[in-house]
Design a protein around this ligand. Structure first.
Ligand code: ZN
Ligand code: ZN
Length: 452
């Protein structure tokens, strides 16, 4: 196994063996194929990289002739010299171009005969075909996902509003106890009517400018409302999953301040993150003693949350967020062991992806052993049941004491498309979870100690 860069070893969501993208990207020219240090993220449907933007992939940055998010940002702000797109219209166009290949035969626009163009499926406005024949041949597969892909195509544009600040929309204080909120329906029942909040976004300037600049008509209002909810659910899924993990381990934020580490935090969680992102926890546990969220991962993106972790107790009644760019076990050695960061009461990992291949397991191994040997309550999420199964297998081999696993009631509601294989069934962020704590207790006979 080729040694991989730390970023691909740790924390990045990756495709599992069963849908190994690396072997299935003939649709993309060589320059866009993943290198040894890139992993496919089906969370955003993109190759993951250090600097990323929601809705902007390495593929897209390549298309835009940009190396990273910083360059992209300067271009958007009009400060760049030699800008490779002049306006949002051009940018959205180039983003859409990355989806332009024949879903039937993988042909790219440049492989088409003179005068021929790729035609988009009129139902989902998401996938393309070179000819009627290709579309006809592909329909038995595509018809299973066409309806979902229609939503995906809307969401990947509306996701822009997460970036402009229109999303997430404000939420209400909880009228039920944390124990009484077991799923999205329970959460939604405390929110009252979402319509005014959604309508404010729908009638906003950013929403208008979005549909003015993209190459498709504005969907109807109910489609957009539902898309806004799906994107909000993805954002909240992280917070509520942390809250659920706290409940699972019986952590009491009223008894003492709590420190929660997010191991393997990726660009998806840290790009554009604001210090208020986990405030929903204060609605969940009103009047708590203080909760510190520390995001640790090699993909952590610079921003307001990159500030030093707390060495002791955090401020009361407040959720304090910070982030540290490092592999988790290195962070532990550099800060936790030197008591420059508080020891965690809980470690949560969103899509660690260590099941995907040997290299990733090796990258995560020091972290997994550390969590086991320091007896840290741990809670990890996965995209699919298959990923969950593979992860459980690995954790059992490490003799982890598995406490629980299953479907996450706070799974994201936003379907994720596998960009290069659009006919694959979309998956959902945080769909499954496993929680484990310490070493599996030995049953029956006790091993005689050497020398006794
Ligand atoms: Zn074709
Ligand atoms: Zn379709």
């Amino acid at each position: 196994m080729q040694p991989q860069s730390p970023r691909s070893l740790h924390g990045a969501p990756v495709e599992s063996e069963s849908h190994n993208m690396v072997s299935q990207v003939p649709a993309l020219p060589q320059s866009y194929a993943p290198g040894t240090d890139s992993v496919f993220s089906d969370q955003s449907g993109f190759y993951s990289l250090d600097s990323n933007v929601p809705g902007l992939s390495k593929v897209i940055l390549n298309k835009l002739n940009m190396k990273d998010y910083g360059e992209y940002r300067t271009a958007v702000e009009g400060k760049a010299q030699g800008i490779s797109f002049r306006n949002y219209k051009e940018m959205f166009q180039k983003m859409e171009d990355t989806f332009k290949f024949c879903t039937g035969c993988n042909k790219l626009p440049e492989h088409l005969a003179e005068g021929q163009t790729l035609k988009r499926c009129v139902k989902c406005l998401n996938v393309y075909y070179c000819t009627k024949e290709c579309q006809k041949k592909d329909w038995p597969q595509h018809k299973k996902v066409c309806k979902l892909l229609r939503l995906v195509a809307i969401d990947r544009l509306v996701e822009w509003l997460m970036f402009t600040g229109d999303l997430p929309f404000p939420t209400e204080k909880w009228s039920k106890s944390a124990a009484g909120v077991k799923n999205w329906d329970d959460w939604l029942s405390m929110q009252g009517d979402l319509t005014p909040r959604l309508d404010a976004i729908l009638s906003g300037a950013d929403m208008a400018s979005l549909w003015k600049n993209v190459s498709r008509p504005r969907p109807d209002e109910s489609d957009l409302q539902q898309s806004l909810w799906r994107l909000q659910s993805e954002f909240l899924s992280r917070v509520l999953t942390v809250g659920m993990a706290m409940k699972h381990f019986g952590l009491d934020p009223y008894a003492k301040p709590l420190t929660i580490h997010l191991a393997g935090a990726s660009h998806n969680e840290t790009m554009g993150a604001r210090i208020t992102d986990y405030d929903e926890l204060s609605y969940m546990f009103p009047g708590h003693q203080g909760i510190e969220i520390v995001m640790v991962g090699p993909e952590v993106v610079d921003g307001p949350i990159v500030r030093p972790p707390l060495s002791a107790f955090g401020p009361k009644h407040t959720v304090y967020i910070n982030a540290y760019k490092s592999l988790y076990h290195q962070f532990w050695e550099e800060l936790v062991e030197k008591e420059e960061a508080a020891k965690p009461d809980l470690v949560v990992g969103f899509h660690p992806g260590f099941h995907a291949n040997q290299g990733l397991i090796e990258g995560w191994l020091p972290t997994l052993l550390l969590l086991r040997d320091y007896n840290i309550p741990s809670f990890f999420t996965m995209y699919s049941e298959m990923e969950l199964k593979c992860s459980l297998q690995i954790l059992l081999e490490l003799e982890m004491h598995i406490r629980d696993s299953g479907a996450n009631p706070f799974s994201s509601q936003k379907p994720e498309q596998v960009q290069a294989c659009p006919n694959k069934m979309p998956v959902y962020y945080n769909a499954h979870y496993v929680c484990f704590h310490g070493l599996l207790p030995q049953e029956g006979v006790q091993e005689p100690r050497p020398g006794s």
